[in-house]
Design a protein around this ligand. Structure first.
Ligand SMILES: Cc1ncc(COP(=O)(O)O)c(C=O)c1O
Length: 437
């Protein structure tokens, strides 16, 4: 563990993310900062805070997420935040106007649990257009509070304790925590640079009679990899041969730059065993709205909806109405989005290369992963601290995205979901201040 004796011994300080294995006083200080007091005599409120932190066993090893820690450090050091993946620009006016109108129209009480009918229809229509699959909006689409809830409802609704679920590392951090809440056994397959391709033989060898599901994220956070047709076809045939489910997180499907996005559900024989999950946040630069959905055949939707009913029951009504307006955007909206992001990506990638990083190709998402070792720091956490303190830029250490953090120690992730001025300023700082060893 990273912050051991110094910080973990004190129950006052929340221990940091379990994966932050490398010594890091800076992160520890950031995590501890909100608890600090200016007075020497503890107030009643502070005494309260000194009580040992409590958490159920199933979540014991998951601590403050790295995104929160890095964003706190960014503020503290006035660093440019290319860490957490939220745009620093606003979503489109026509969607915001639709939300305002829905609120004014009195669409403010509980929505139907599985989604307002208009949104279910818009989701089904977009899925038909994108994947060619015809789904029943009433029976096969469930609206959730962001993709995060779609992931939780899918896992909690369809996975039993002891079931094995295969994930591809590096992976989005909610997967492991939610699988842990479901009592699942996580089996991780590592995607390695430079191309982060799926080691298909290893995947075959990991599948057992206990495998219940494979969780796929394409385009992939953090690497920017897009699963190839061959990889998806192999995964599909393994799922079919072994009677395994597929859970597909496709939140970056509209940020596919160099190849068309392929939904695993659209491959022959896969729809009946796949839950496809998505959300509005990335595509419409409205990550705070938390409107998501899960699409699955009736027999799988049952489990998803059972969990959803008792997790949140329903999602914000006016935002659902606005989301249905968003999903009816013309193709030109998505074309422009892609064009904008390609320009941003070029600024960041060229800048990172000029600054001396080894930059791995990113074909989708708004992330790019680099090898930081030319700068001589021991590991990704140490490098990110150095980058914040000495250079004034925030990146995310990728070791937090692996079951075995060692596997990510050479890699850090940058995001380009920022305006061009911010990206250029960050790149200039890195070019000026980073010194190769
Ligand atoms: C791969 C992946 N899945 C899911 C999510 C969460 O999506 P939402 O904000 O819709 O819950 C994110 C957000 O960063 C993500 O990167």
């Amino acid at each position: 563990m990273l912050l051991k004796p110094l910080f973990l011994s004190s129950s006052r300080f929340p221990p940091l993310h379990k994966k932050a294995i490398f010594p890091s006083p800076l992160l520890a200080a950031a995590a501890a900062a909100p608890m600090a007091s200016s007075s020497t005599i503890p107030t009643e409120k502070e005494k309260q805070k000194e009580k040992p932190l409590q958490v159920a066993k199933r979540l014991e090893k998951f601590k403050t997420t790295i995104f929160t820690q890095m964003s706190m450090l960014a503020v503290k050091h006035g660093a440019i935040n290319l860490g957490q993946g939220f745009p620093n620009f606003d979503g489109p006016d026509f969607v915001k106007e639709a939300a305002i109108e829905a609120i004014r129209d009195g669409k403010n009480q509980y929505a139907r649990g599985y989604g307002v009918p208009d949104l279910n229809s818009a989701i089904a229509a977009r899925f038909r257009k994108d994947s060619g699959l015809e789904v029943d909006p009433e029976k096969e689409v469930t609206v959730t509070s962001g993709c995060t809830e779609a992931i939780a409802a899918t896992i909690l609704g369809l996975i039993n304790p002891g079931d094995e679920v295969i994930v591809f590392a590096p992976f989005y951090d909610s997967y492991e925590a939610t699988l842990s809440m479901a009592g699942a056994k996580v089996k991780s397959i590592t995607l390695r640079p430079p191309d982060f391709s799926v080691p298909l033989d290893e995947l075959k060898s990991v599948i057992s009679k206990n495998t219940r599901a494979i969780l796929i994220n394409t385009p992939h956070n953090p690497t920017g990899k897009m699963f190839t047709r061959v990889e998806l076809e192999t995964i599909a045939s393994l799922c079919i041969e072994n009677d395994v489910l597929a859970f597909c997180d496709e939140v970056y499907d509209k940020l596919a730059f160099e190849a068309d996005h392929i939904s695993l559900a659209s491959l022959p024989g896969m729809y009946e065993r796949t839950v496809t999950m998505n959300s509005l946040g990335k595509t419409f630069s409205l990550t705070g709205w938390k409107i998501g959905w899960a699409i699955a055949p009736v027999h799988l939707t049952w489990g998803v909806r059972q969990a959803h009913s008792y997790l949140t029951f329903a999602t914000s009504t006016p935002m659902q109405w606005a989301a249905s307006a968003a999903l009816r955007a013309p193709d030109t909206y998505y074309e422009e989005l892609k064009r904008d992001y390609m320009a941003k990506k070029e600024i960041l990638v060229d800048g990172l290369k000029a600054a001396g990083f080894v930059v791995y190709p990113s074909t989708g998402t708004y992330f790019v992963v680099v090898d930081h070792t030319p700068f001589g720091l021991d590991n990704d956490v140490a490098f990110c601290e150095y980058l914040i303190q000495e250079v004034g830029v925030v990146a995310i250490p990728t070791s937090v995205f692996y079951l075995n953090p060692e596997e990510g120690k050479n890699l850090v992730r940058f995001t380009f979901c920022k305006d061009e001025g911010t990206l250029r300023a960050a790149v200039e700082r890195m070019k000026e201040r980073l010194k190769r060893k």
